[in-house]
Design a protein around this ligand. Sequence first.
Ligand code: SF4
Length: 301
Amino acid sequence: MEKRYYPFSSYLKETFGKKVYKITLDGGFYCPNRDGTISRGGCIFCDAVGSYSRCIDKALSIENQIKAGIEKLSAQFKAQAYMAYFQSFTNTYADIATLKKVYDAATSDDRVVSLSIGTRPDCVDNDKLDLISSYPHPWIEYGLQSAHDETLKLINRGHDYKCFEKAVIETKKRGIKVCAHIILGFPNENKSMMMETAKKLADLNIDSIKVHMLTILNDSPLMKLYQEKPFYLLTVEQYCEIVCDILEILPKNCIIQRIAGTGYSETTLEPKWVNRRFEILNNIDKILLQRNSFQGKNFKF
Ligand code: SF4
């Protein structure tokens, strides 16, 4: 079924003329919000592995992680083009020379057509952004989670919305595409607050978005809070409705990288439905169809 929103797969096909497969890498970086530089606790929803990573094998060198990824994906899907993706923790948290070495290694194979780096907005500067802009089709994924400073405080993000906004402007200035991560369902947030976060991203002309449901992972500080004092979690139906509302207010050209995921099964305490990726995607398709709606329908400058 034709999507009523702009999926990442369509963007990749339009840009590269073929399917591009992500290879998730572990660059061995840690996080300033966990090592005591900003705080020791980390974001309250984050677990010991930096909120989930599916890299090939972090014991391998970056070159070998890429090699293994290409071997696996080309055998499985006849893949020909790849995006090197640093997902877990804070992948700009090192000096320039170290970053250059790691990113060079990730992009040394010609079949790697794009580099994507997940990081915090308070962990980039002009030199790091200039370096990242020198790689093919560069992306940065910034964790924002919410545009409300009271929420950022509650979840111990260690930065405010202004910091995110400044990082996005500096990043986009250099031609690096920006993907923002947001989380729906924080215990202090109602629907209008979630919509305000999406509206701010629309106003920033964000290139892409990943939407997550607040997920209580084993061994995260949030798990302790939830067990001591359980709070309301959105149902799958509520989540899908809000995602559709968000899609409607985003511009048509905002690339939707994620609105449902997999892979939480072993580490998820609640809600269990977050793993039902296809059901969530189908529900979202159905709601948009029933509403006769689509991404950008209610977008306003
Ligand atoms: S910034 Fe990322 S890795 Fe660091 S504590 Fe927060 S979610 Fe975890």
